[in-house]
Design a binder for this molecule. Structure first.
Ligand code: FES
Length: 154
């Protein structure tokens, strides 16, 4: 069915308009669509048309990607929300943000630790820093497993 208006009567956007306003290339929009992150309707001329809400979805996808949330996790979350232009309720937005809040808090915790501990021994096995003998004598932490054991401790 050809669509020129969203459910709420708002004009649907062309792929060019979405690309310009979101700052995302048309090819990236096609990629997001192929991954099920966003959906489009088709106009009478079989061209993609998007409801305005897609701009918010794309903004969230970009931020989520930048914070390292895997595309599949983004897709699972976005799949819960209507793509037909019907507005999301505040409760739905709250559910989305609370779901990612834990994930983001964990990333913030790790990044903060990286920032605060990068100039001291991170337990990676290199034994190259002055405080390595204190924090990781003879690479004893290597017995617990690979990687920077101090940086990755729970
Ligand atoms: S920084 Fe690599 S073992 Fe200390």
């Amino acid at each position: 069915m050809a669509a020129d208006k969203a459910l709420d009567g708002a004009r649907l956007l062309t792929v060019g308009e979405v690309a310009r306003r979101s700052g995302v290339a048309v090819s990236t929009l096609h990629f997001y669509e192929s991954k099920g992150l966003i959906q489009s309707a088709r106009s009478g001329g079989n061209q993609r048309r998007y409801p305005g809400i897609v701009l918010r979805y794309i903004a969230i996808i970009k931020v989520a990607q930048r914070t390292g949330i895997p595309l599949e996790e983004i897709r699972e979350t976005m799949a819960r929300f209507p793509q037909d232009g019907s507005k999301l309720t505040p409760a739905q937005w709250k559910q989305l943000s609370s779901q990612w809040r834990e994930n983001l808090d964990e990333r913030i915790r790790k990044l903060t630790r990286l920032r605060d501990e990068l100039d001291s021994c991170i337990g990676c096995g290199c034994l190259s820093l002055q405080d390595c003998p204190l924090r990781n004598p003879d690479d004893v932490l290597g017995r617990d497993g690979p990687g920077p054991r101090i940086l990755e401790r729970p």
